[in-house]
Ligand binder design. Structure first.
Ligand SMILES: [Zn+2]
Length: 149
């Protein structure tokens, strides 16, 4: 018999060695979040999916978060302002709703899809997303894709 690679899974059962088997054994698994089906659906666009995940976790590199990190002595935080309206420091909520330009875009998009009952807040969007996470109606799938885009 030739030598071969064997991997013992979490139960100690020998398996064929493969990256999938190793990954499934070494990764940490947390419980599924209630918004998982909203961003991971069969029609989703992978770059949008990743961006949506950052938005939901509020991990975008926005100026309010950079200010909290103390970006260094060479960075003048007073010069930071939203690149769209030049008014305030950007943040997740500013970039999506509070900025005059972004609010105009969001309201136009909302009127094109069936989301007129969604308020201008991230919580309202997430409530809508969670309600329609498993929806198969084409209108709801388009809405989910539009929000992610
Ligand atoms: Zn702005």
């Amino acid at each position: 018999m030739e030598d071969g690679l064997i991997w013992k899974d979490l139960e100690g059962t020998p398996q064929q060695f493969g990256s999938k088997e190793v990954w499934n054994n070494i990764r940490n698994r947390n419980s599924t979040v209630d918004w998982a089906n909203h961003i991971w659906f069969s029609q989703c666009i992978p770059p949008h999916l990743f961006h949506m995940w950052l938005v939901i976790k509020n991990k975008l590199r926005t100026q309010d978060r950079l200010a909290a990190w103390e970006a260094g002595s060479e960075t003048n935080l007073r010069l930071m302002c939203c690149p769209l309206c030049k008014y305030d420091r950007d943040s997740r909520d500013h970039l999506f709703f509070q900025c005059a330009f972004a609010a105009q875009v969001w309201n136009n998009v909302k009127s094109l899809v069936d989301m007129s009952n969604v308020n201008d807040s991230w919580e309202s969007i997430m409530d809508w997303m969670i309600q329609h996470a498993n929806a198969r109606k084409i209108d709801h799938i388009v809405c989910k894709m539009v929000v992610a885009a």
